[in-house]
Ligand binder design. Structure first.
Ligand code: KE4
Length: 425
């Protein structure tokens, strides 16, 4: 029995599904998950001593690669002074200033400990600010696992065939209107059917939890206009795309100013983190100033802030976005070229350092389109790559991530491997 198998057998006895997050479970691609002992740069070292080129990057945070010395020493320095104080600390002030510097629409920000908490709190704030109850979300978008958004959700919910989680009262679900992404008429219809009742539209501006879907030209601008015209707030969930696709995220790329933004992942440098923010007029409704409550024992935790500050400062100094986009295009061209040569239909949407592979002939514009992908063929591709030392997200409904550490040998070797696996399908 391998070390991972032995660990998994023990985990299954004490942890549901043997994992602390369903998407790690390999259930949609088959087989058992491996356990990781350490990570550095673009590679993971498994409990059985196997080195894997990693395209999950801990689901987004590791934009500088794993265990970056700048981040490691920032955590070590902060650790000298303790792990958590339960009082304000200097790091969280610096983090708030950095976030505003990178994302000007975030005049004020509140830190929390996960992306789920960030979107949940942003939705509560939008409801408190507008005095309205309903929200609009898009099928396949995943905004974490709070009750309001686990309706037709993506990521692990979709991966395991439960986009609508059990345990959510119908009374809650009724307050969430779900419509297809990239469908302006559906947006207009949802507002028309709920006049004066929509508090917010929450959207992943580049949905990446249903595979990767890019917005049709003008769609995000339509969302912006519709929210303004109907007195609803526009919430950009940039937990994944924030600081990854551009210094200012998708809102900088698309030139759209949301009312609130949810953040996470990169701003914690790999430690637990989330944040939500927007203009002061809205954010000042948050306790202790206003009536909308938000709190958290570890919000603004000094170790997570120190790690996130190091990650953001390194991004600010290096601005690696064109390099990361070149790596993304290299993977896209390798995958689509190999599929074409093999006579396999595929779509390889890519934006900067994010990409995915759908085995389908039609461009994927929404949730329904993503479901046309051949998930069984993806599972064979996934395992072929894993056996050859390349780790992709273990789901046909996730997005792969590239880090600056992939540049050079790692990306070349990974592309050769993935091309060879496709030839063998
Ligand atoms: P967390 O609560 O997992 O920190 O963030 C939730 C979240 C919110 N918004 C977006 C756009 C997200 O992608 C996420 C979390 N992403 C998944 C990966 N698809 C996390 C992986 C997991 O659930 O284990």
């Amino acid at each position: 029995m391998s070390a991972s198998d032995e660990l998994f057998a023990r985990a299954l006895r004490r942890i549901p599904g043997g994992v602390n997050s369903p998407v790690r479970a390999f259930r949609s691609v088959g087989g058992a998950p491996f356990f990781v002992k350490s990570a550095r740069g673009a590679t993971l070292l498994t409990a059985d001593g196997r080195e894997l080129i990693d395209f999950v990057c801990t689901w987004g945070p590791a934009i500088h690669g794993h265990n970056h010395p700048r981040i490691r020493s920032a955590i070590a320095a902060a650790l000298e002074d303790g792990t958590s104080f339960g009082t304000p600390n200097p790091y969280e002030v610096r983090m708030a200033e950095l976030i505003h510097d990178f994302v000007p629409s975030i005049g004020k920000v509140r830190m929390c400990s996960s992306g789920t908490e960030a979107t949940m709190s942003a939705i509560r704030l939008a409801r408190g600010f507008t005095g309205r109850d309903k929200i609009i979300k898009f099928s396949g978008c995943y905004h974490g696992h709070s009750d309001s958004v686990l309706i037709k959700a993506g990521s692990g919910a979709l991966t395991h065939g439960h986009p609508d989680s059990a345990g959510i009262p119908e009374a809650f679900a009724r307050e969430t209107v779900v419509i297809p992404f990239n469908d302006p008429a559906a947006v207009d219809g949802a507002f028309a059917a709920n006049p004066g009742a929509i508090a917010a539209v929450i959207v992943e501006p580049y949905p990446a939890n249903v595979g990767l879907i890019l917005p049709a030209s003008g769609f995000l601008a339509h969302l912006r206009r519709s929210c303004t015209d109907n007195g609803a707030l526009l919430i950009f969930d940039e937990v994944m795309t924030g600081f990854r696709l551009a210094r200012g995220g998708v809102q900088e790329i698309e030139g759209i100013v949301p009312d609130l933004t949810a953040l996470g992942k990169i701003i914690g440098g790999g430690l637990p983190v989330g944040a939500f923010g927007g203009r002061g007029e809205i954010m000042d409704r948050i306790a202790p100033l206003g009536p909308v409550y938000h709190a958290g024992t570890l919000s603004g935790n000094p170790l997570a802030m120190a790690a996130g500050i190091a990650a953001l400062e390194l991004l600010g100094e290096t601005l690696p976005y064109s390099r990361l986009d070149a790596l993304g295009r290299q993977v896209r061209d390798a995958l689509s070229g190999a599929c074409r040569a093999k006579g396999l239909d595929c779509q390889v949407p890519q934006a900067g350092s994010m990409f995915c592979l759908f085995f389908t002939p039609t461009p994927v514009r929404d949730y329904a389109g993503a479901l046309t992908g051949d998930a069984r063929l993806f599972a064979r591709f996934f395992h072929g790559c894993l056996d050859a030392g390349v780790y992709l997200p273990p789901s046909a409904y996730e997005t792969a991530f590239i880090s600056t550490a992939h540049e050079g040998a790692a990306i070349d070797r990974a592309c050769e491997t993935m091309e060879s696996v496709i030839r063998g399908l």
